[in-house]
Write a protein that binds this ligand. Structure first.
Ligand code: ZN
Ligand code: ZN
Length: 371
């Protein structure tokens, strides 16, 4: 049996969006696989997520209320819609013809098409992504035509009932098939289902009621965002057909690499060159962090390649208050150009060292090679 999304969230049909959100948050917490001890928590969590993905979206919820689970197969045009797959709501329509069908599908015609989503790529510097920032981007989007205020009619002229469909928005077509003559109803081609038509179209938008405009949109980027994350701004996409909702603006984030830091999730990695003597004797070394210099204690006898962790010096976790860590890998630099004094000191050092005998012990197992 099909699952009822309202039942899953434990709410009534007419519940407000706010209540839906509340119910969702409560259940998502309850069934979160990291928290819940229930054996089927994961499945329940998924069900809750899915129910909310539908009921939490005004447009999807309306579709669901009308058409049930089926509605999700229709898509909504735009980004994930069916449009791209050559499938259209009106196609289903034609197969069924008129009569009866109209009752199931509300008005008996394809609703006005939702505006398309706009997808933009946004590059951020390493720091911008780490700290978050407000960015203004310019998008070229379809908006309501200023000249006709979206009506499609030349200002001062009248909008009249469509003469082809008499305002029904549907057009009857008679087709001859091997089964005989079939009358089908399709969306009226003249008024595109609007039921009204314009005698004198607006010269700016040619009657579409929509026009391309460049628009500056301010986007708040949260701290901790990373490459591949995306931000969805509801209703900031293209204008839909008359009476339909707007599309969304989806910003896909790309974070530029940093000269010193490398990022892994919310942790930062870097390499720190230290001198031979610093590694041997130990030192307190100033290292760069996202929040300025910080001291790292390199203890005496540190080997090249040792990784040190600087707690909470990484990137703020997305939508959280805590931070990742910074990892510093020590690279011991062997001196290449030496002064006479350095050379002499190192020669004295070499005389003191026990490395010869240490190596002998180390390779001792390889009899015959190192005797
Ligand atoms: Zn018409
Ligand atoms: Zn216009």
């Amino acid at each position: 049996m099909a699952k009822d999304y309202y039942n899953i969230l434990g709410i009534q049909r007419g519940t407000s969006q706010e209540e839906i959100k509340k119910a969702y948050k409560k259940l998502a917490k309850k069934y979160h696989p990291d928290i819940s001890k229930e054996t089927d928590a994961e499945q329940k969590f998924k069900d809750v997520q899915h129910a909310y993905s539908v009921l939490g979206d005004e447009q999807k919820r309306r579709n669901y209320d009308q058409f049930g689970e089926q509605s999700e197969r229709f898509g909504q045009g735009g980004f994930q819609g069916f449009g791209g797959e050559g499938f259209d709501f009106s196609d289903i329509f034609e197969q069924f013809g008129g009569g009866g069908f109209g009752d199931i599908f509300g008005q008996g015609r394809r609703g006005p098409r939702r505006g398309e989503d706009i997808i933009v790529k946004l590059s951020l510097s390493f720091e911008e992504a780490a700290f978050g920032i407000k960015k203004e981007i310019e998008v070229d989007r379809i908006e309501e035509c200023d000249n006709c205020k979206g009506s499609g009619a030349k200002p001062g002229t009248k909008i009249v009932t469509c003469s082809t469909c008499n305002g029904s928005g549907m057009e009857k077509q008679i087709r001859r098939t091997f089964l005989g003559t079939i009358a089908t109803q399709t969306t009226c081609r003249k008024c595109k289902g609007q039921g009204e038509s314009v005698d004198d179209p607006c010269p700016v938008c040619s009657g579409s009621g929509r026009e391309h405009k460049k628009k500056k949109i301010s986007i708040t980027i949260p701290a901790g965002i990373d490459s591949g994350n995306h931000l969805r701004l509801r209703d900031q996409g293209n204008e839909g057909e008359k009476g339909a909702v707007k599309g969304d603006l989806i910003t896909v984030i790309f974070v530029e690499p940093h000269e010193v830091f490398k990022r892994d999730g919310f942790d930062i990695f870097m390499e720190l060159p230290v001198s031979f003597s610093e590694a041997a004797l130990g030192n307190e070394i100033a290292v760069p962090t996202l929040k300025g210099k910080a001291k790292l204690k390199v203890p005496s006898g540190t080997q090249s390649g040792t990784l040190f962790k600087m707690k909470e010096k990484g990137i703020q976790k997305l939508q959280r208050k805590d931070f990742g860590d910074q990892y510093v890998r020590v690279i011991v630099k062997t001196p290449e150009k030496m002064s006479k004094k350095m050379k002499k000191t190192l020669e004295e050092l070499q005389a003191e060292e026990k490395i010869q005998s240490e190596r002998k012990g180390f390779f001792g197992k390889l009899k015959g090679i190192f005797d």
